[in-house]
Design a binder for this molecule. Structure first.
Ligand SMILES: Nc1ncnc2c1ncn2[C@@H]1O[C@H](COP(=O)(O)OP(=O)(O)OP(=O)(O)O)[C@@H](O)[C@H]1O
Length: 297
């Protein structure tokens, strides 16, 4: 069985500044760090820590060759990771001395994904392969429809929330992984019990994971409800916690681990990701996760 992550990649440029530039103002940056990013990329890096047969499909531009190299260094299959004519998706991030940030996002090559490319990619995969998606690429609903026709299992992290998500048919999904804000936006309820009730009533065949930051996470479907605590650690930067959780849970669950084990693994991995700066660079190895677990018992 293969996992295909059809997702975004970005070049994240972090400008460390005294204060965030005001309209008309030119300021100097204290430092500049360029890091590979994008939810698609982060989740592929996390997935690969637990699942072997992983393909990342998507598009990058002339400036993104190093991202392809990163996937290859991580033994992620890049058969469907191609160069397009646009620049790679870019995020220009100013971080001030208080840790506040402001971000300008250029979607770039992530939004060159068209139906022809989707057809070519999905033709390669078959029934029972797992498709992982976030909402940072074009043609999302076409991908969902086509994958469902092929009877692939579809997992969605509906981030960021926008009209594409509101118009998507969730009954075509096998698993939805979302945070509290996303769950509130989709269900229009603010209380977790009402949110759970909403999903159970509206999509009876859907499995859902609701992540609650430092309050842990909840798995539910129409019959079952499992609560998972978050592991308390010295938090440095929570960026990428959600992507790490998603990658570890999905990899572990579709490999055959039971839901409790997959949630525990994902919870440890995402806690460890909070202990380091950055997103893709803070994702722990499976050995680090196992060592943390052993030290608990
Ligand atoms: N401060 C924390 N300490 C320990 N674990 C955490 C912390 N924050 C998040 N986690 C773990 O990561 C999981 C996902 O976090 P969260 O619900 O904040 O997702 P998110 O909003 O998608 O994250 P992100 O910050 O990456 O956007 C949580 O369910 C929890 O297991």
């Amino acid at each position: 069985m293969n996992i295909l992550n059809f997702g975004s990649v970005n070049i994240d440029s972090y400008f460390k500044v005294d204060h965030i530039a005001r309209p008309g103002e030119t300021i100097s940056s204290i430092s500049l760090k360029k890091k590979p990013g994008g939810k698609g990329l982060n989740q592929s890096i996390a997935l690969k820590k637990v699942y072997d047969n992983l393909y990342h499909a998507g598009l990058f531009g002339n400036d993104g060759e190093f991202i392809k190299n990163l996937f290859e260094e991580n033994s992620i299959n890049t058969k469907f990771f191609r160069r397009s004519n646009s620049d790679t998706g870019n995020a220009l991030i100013q971080v001030d001395k208080n840790g506040e940030n402001s971000i300008v996002l250029y979607k770039g090559a992530n939004f060159d994904i068209d139906e022809k490319f989707v057809d070519e990619v999905l033709d390669y995969f078959s029934k029972d392969d797992v498709l992982v998606l976030q909402n940072e690429i074009s043609s999302l609903s076409y991908i969902v429809d086509k994958a469902k026709e092929k009877r692939m299992k579809i997992v969605l992290n509906p981030s960021p929330i926008n009209e594409v998500i509101f118009n998507l048919d969730f009954s075509k999904l096998d698993l939805l992984v979302l945070n509290e804000t996303e769950a509130k936006d989709i269900s229009k309820f603010s209380n977790n019990d009402e949110i759970i009730e909403f999903f159970r009533r509206t999509y009876p065949d859907l499995k859902v994971i609701l992540t609650l930051g430092a309050n842990g996470s909840i798995y539910f479907d129409k019959d079952e409800l499992i609560k998972q605590k978050a592991y308390i650690v010295n938090t440095v930067d929570t960026t990428g916690a959600g992507d790490t959780f998603m990658g570890f849970f999905v990899g572990s669950y579709y490999k055959g681990d039971d839901i409790k084990k997959a949630m525990d693994l994902a919870s440890i991995a995402s806690a460890l990701a909070c202990m380091k700066d950055g997103a893709s660079t803070s994702i722990p190895s499976i050995e680090e996760v196992k060592k943390f677990r052993e030290n608990l018992s």
